[in-house]
Design a protein around this ligand. Structure first.
Ligand SMILES: CCCCCCCC/C=C\CCCCCCCC(=O)SCCNC(=O)CCNC(=O)[C@H](O)C(C)(C)COP(=O)(O)OP(=O)(O)OC[C@H]1O[C@@H](n2cnc3c(N)ncnc32)[C@H](O)[C@@H]1OP(=O)(O)O
Length: 194
């Protein structure tokens, strides 16, 4: 059974998403937005190390290999970890818009169990934008990029300013992120291209 809630249906005045002219070219890896991110950070030993690659328009693909540390039931991925993989993949889409946004709502269907060792092939796209609201959807396949769907999600991300992180994050991590030249460049780019 599946069905999305009304708040994930774009309003009548929603428009199509527009890929930012400086977005990474189709096929290019996006790279991590923050080294300690649980979803994509390369410096995060407990994380998913998910790697996203730009697609056409406002779409992307990503891969994530389910590790023994990601189990819920014996030998199977934990549903919350799979939801995290979807959240991270969907969140990465906002890079193609050059917009900073956080997850407001994430609805997930778990269609098939995902064993440890499985490579999850994720695909995601922005379906509409209405003011600060970014509507998107994603699916994760197993057995190959064209394999059967194991998980899927619909989401609503809300655009925020960099201040969202500065005001709500812990000072030590904010300071460290601000002193990372790459991070700072990225934050500036987001600020001049709201
Ligand atoms: C300085 C250092 C450098 C920094 C560099 C930063 C670069 C990093 C880049 C990117 C990082 C992204 C990280 C990726 C990780 C993966 C994504 C995540 O997991 S994000 C974490 C989980 N999410 C949260 O923690 C959100 C917590 N929630 C909030 O903070 C607020 O609720 C927020 C911002 C989402 C909305 O609050 P409001 O006060 O700004 O806005 P309101 O008026 O409440 O909502 C705006 C519109 O959205 C709808 N809305 C909001 N939440 C909704 C919901 N849950 N369901 C349906 N609609 C919702 C509302 O109904 C409203 O709609 P109407 O304009 O009236 O039509």
């Amino acid at each position: 059974m599946s069905g999305i809630s009304a708040s994930l249906t774009p309003p009548a005045d929603a428009v199509a998403a527009v890929r930012h002219p400086d977005a990474p070219a189709p096929g290019e890896l996006l790279g991590a937005h923050y080294g300690q991110c649980f979803g994509c950070g390369e410096d995060q030993p407990h994380g998913l190390h998910l790697q996203a690659r730009a697609g056409e328009g406002v779409s992307l693909t990503a891969e994530f290999t389910v590790q023994p540390a990601h189990q819920g039931a014996p030998g199977l991925a934990h549903g919350g970890v799979l939801a995290t993989a979807l959240d991270e993949t969907l969140g990465s889409l906002n890079w193609l818009l050059r917009t900073i946004a956080v997850t407001g709502r994430l609805e997930t269907d778990f269609v098939r169990p995902v064993p440890v060792g499985t490579v999850l092939y994720l695909e995601a796209e922005v379906t509409a934008v209405a003011g600060r609201k970014i509507y998107s959807r994603a699916a994760g396949r197993i057995g190959g990029p064209d394999g059967p769907v194991a998980i899927r999600a619909e989401a609503l991300f809300i655009e925020v300013k960099v201040d969202h992180f500065v005001d709500n994050g812990r000072p030590q991590e904010i300071k460290a992120a601000m002193s990372d030249p790459d991070q700072l460049r990225r934050a500036r780019a987001f600020e001049v291209n709201p």
